[in-house]
Ligand binder design. Structure first.
Ligand code: AMP
Length: 370
């Protein structure tokens, strides 16, 4: 089976690395200036040109059986033009909802799923009035294209608000559409990786606890130390979403835990950094299960018996001592090191939670003093 992936970064790389042993072959669609080193040697890379018709793109990608994505910021109009020729998973409609924070929150709320309280704003007056209604602190985020903490401001008081309004006024461009969110006083940041195949079968990995710095994921531990009831609540949220969309593939749901309740922060209609630990933990990683789902296979088990950790390599390599540890699995993305750039990650596994947590913390501190 031939699979085309929109994008050529590390997620495309890890999908292809999981798919090669299963006999799949791959092609990748890259933007004109996109760095494609991560997928070197893993399949044909097609550079996108303007005004491609569906049939032209289908042929350029090697007439794939299925097209999928490694990121949500893709041209969904272009994706829809591929539909007469091959399956496109997940459906572009679901991707389109996830491209816009406002649309996404509205969609979740319509399904009865909780998010932070929010208002949309396209003028400076609307930002001020949203901040007044929601009360400080508030998070101001661009509705589109923001990720990993970019296009995002935390506003704690009137001084912060005035500084942001001045900054936005000084930009000589139209104000981007913004979402203003009330702050959620969370106990933990969690995520759930879920998957649904075309027969409607769903599977869920165990909740993952994530540690971020400046909006960027530093490390994860799974299973998160939460009650079974909370895992059930997270799976119920995922089930609702997946079935509402008749979704096919992996979705990541980023959550805030507030006591025994869950608030959805963000959705990613794709494999996700907070699910990388599944490479070390299960018969089917998130990458393998995404491929099983989109190729019409039954899903692989998502069960984990050990405690698993993941530490991102952000603008740094791991030392020889770290990668020599007998429970550490190194993944590199074939990218040059630049400050802050995700160039790889480490997965760690142990039967003892305290040992694993301490090892993850020590490695994270060695790498980032954080
Ligand atoms: P995001 O880009 O939406 O994933 O936000 C990046 C990080 O900012 C999250 O991982 C949280 O740590 C924090 N954050 C974002 N929105 C909120 C909110 N409404 N309340 C509290 N913390 C938030």
């Amino acid at each position: 089976m031939q699979i085309a992936i929109i994008g050529s970064g590390q997620l495309a790389r890890m999908l292809a690395l999981a798919g090669w042993p299963q006999g799949f072959s791959f092609s990748f669609l890259a933007e004109p200036h996109e760095n494609t080193q991560s997928v070197d040697g893993l399949g044909q890379v097609v550079i996108r040109t303007n005004n491609l018709t569906g049939i032209q793109l289908f042929q350029a990608l090697g007439e794939p059986d299925v097209v999928t994505v490694e990121r949500e910021h893709v041209d969904t109009v272009l994706l829809n033009t591929l539909k007469p020729f091959c399956a496109v998973y997940p459906d572009p409609n679901a991707i389109e909802v996830c491209q816009h924070r406002g649309r996404e929150k509205q969609f979740l709320n319509n399904l009865g799923i909780h998010t932070a309280p929010f208002r949309l704003a396209t003028t400076l007056e609307q930002i001020s009035s949203a901040a007044a209604t929601l009360s400080f602190p508030v998070f101001v985020k661009t509705c589109e294209e923001g990720y990993d903490g970019l296009g995002q401001w935390v506003i704690r008081n009137n001084l912060d608000l005035n500084n942001l309004l001045d900054y936005l006024l000084r930009q000589n461009a139209n104000l981007p559409e913004l979402v203003i969110e009330g702050a959620v006083n969370f106990d933990r940041e969690l995520s759930l990786i879920a998957v649904r195949n075309s027969k409607g079968e769903c599977a869920f990995y165990t909740l993952t606890e994530n540690l971020h710095k400046d909006g960027i994921l530093l490390s994860s531990i799974a299973p998160a130390k939460v009650s079974e009831a909370l895992q059930d609540k997270a799976e119920a949220i995922a089930d609702k979403l997946l079935n509402a969309w008749r979704y096919v593939g992996v979705i990541a749901i980023e959550l805030f835990q507030v006591g025994e309740n869950l608030v959805v922060n963000e959705l990613a209609p794709r494999v996700h950094n907070s699910g990388h630990w599944t490479q070390a933990a299960s018969i089917s990683s998130q990458f393998s299960n995404h491929l099983r789902a989109i190729s019409g296979l039954g899903l692989g088990t998502t069960k984990t018996t050990d405690i698993v950790g993941m530490v991102n390599l952000l603008g740094t390599k791991a030392s020889k001592d770290i990668v020599s540890m007998d429970n550490v699995q190194l993944h590199l993305y074939n990218k040059a090191i630049r400050p802050g750039r995700k160039v790889g990650h480490l997965n760690l596994i142990d039967s003892n939670r305290a040992v694993l947590e301490s090892q993850v913390n020590t490695i994270r501190e060695q790498l980032y003093q954080a």
